[in-house]
Write a protein that binds this ligand. Sequence first.
Ligand SMILES: Cc1cc2nc3c(=O)[nH]c(=O)nc-3n(C[C@H](O)[C@H](O)[C@H](O)COP(=O)(O)OP(=O)(O)OC[C@H]3O[C@@H](n4cnc5c(N)ncnc54)[C@H](O)[C@@H]3O)c2cc1C
Length: 403
Amino acid sequence: MRTVEVAVIGAGIVGATIAYELRKRGHAVTLIDRDEPGNGCSFGNSGAISACSVAPLAMPGVLASVPRMLLDRDSPLRVPLAYVPFALPWLVRFVASATPSRVEASARSLAALHAGAIARHAALAREVGAPELVLERGHLYLYADRSALAKDAAVWELRRKHGYRAELLDRAGIVSLEPNVDARYRAAMLLRDHATIRNPFRYVQAIANAFVARGGALRRAEVTTLAQSAAGWTIAMPDQSMHADAVVVAAGVGSRRLLDPQDLVLPLETQRGYHVEFDVHGSPVSRTVVLTDRKVFVTPMETGLRAGGTVEIAGLAAPPDWRRADVLVSAVRSAFPDLSGAPARRWMGHRPCLPDSVPYIGAVRGRAGLYAAVGHGHLGLTEAPATAERIADLVGAVGYAVP
Ligand SMILES: Cc1cc2nc3c(=O)[nH]c(=O)nc-3n(C[C@H](O)[C@H](O)[C@H](O)COP(=O)(O)OP(=O)(O)OC[C@H]3O[C@@H](n4cnc5c(N)ncnc54)[C@H](O)[C@@H]3O)c2cc1C
């Protein structure tokens, strides 16, 4: 048996975890990124290992929210009118994926991918020498009252159906866990067993470092094209190229440029998300808290108090609209009125999104040795370890040898 060389393109949470898993299984792996590991979308997420999030973004009734998406600049899900012509084909697929049967199918796929996510991350964090990054204190979803909670009944029912148990809390229950939450939140759902990564960037870096420590190679270069030959794959970069027997494209929103020419044309759109982060002494929350009315995750990060969220479908090229970050600031201040000072950091990142919220994880048809792990959308952190196992199983299954 010969030694197989695998090139993984993209060192976000998805690519770095795949590279690490492949290397663990003995493959000769090169991880390539134009930037340092973890500096893409994986840099600034909310750190939630949100295994229960099996409901796709487009739920039945999504059509009714379209006018607000287009017209309200502060809507949690926003499509600026100027971008509508570009986003239209994707939006049509998005709305079409919201039928009850397709939602059910997406939920099944996501539930299978999320099973065991918390245990997988805890094990991975230990292995890569960063167990302190995993905060196991649950996730608390806040609602104004029981009738606001009732509006999310379909989502909670899907979670329940797929085995996730949440406890209903009243105001006293909220205060007993998180005493700083504003009095306007009087109902909550607590997922006691859920967990959070307290610094998503450092996590990716720890995984990449552990990959290198196990003998993996890290290259900093932009991959421009992939070409198949009888001998495998040639990966072209501006001043160099390399050969590999197998290639895994995990380049987030940059993946289409590499996959379209290989006839895997995925309906991939960026959903731009933002975070603001406050330098705080003594975080007002001790666990991930979700302001469901604002669709904002508030997280006690190693680096400060982070409020992350909002969806803006406005393409790759437009500059960040920092008004979206201001909306996060007002959301977090309204929930924690004692929060003082201005956010120390603001960030925008590109979530790689497919219309039905289910990522593409698999081989590319008709291109032996080419794999893709793309479209993890709002849940790439949660889904990375299971994605890595699936890709590593596929690479191993075609008989590539272990050195
Ligand atoms: C505000 C916000 C909050 C979020 N919160 C959560 C959360 O709480 N939980 C959760 O599970 N998920 C969350 N997510 C989603 C999660 O962050 C993403 O799904 C995940 O980061 C996607 O990872 P990725 O590795 O696919 O992409 P990326 O992290 O973007 O990595 C792709 C990499 O590919 C590289 N690349 C691209 N093209 C090329 C090329 N041609 N050559 C070389 N390199 C290339 C890029 O430089 C980049 O490093 C959140 C996202 C946002 C924006």
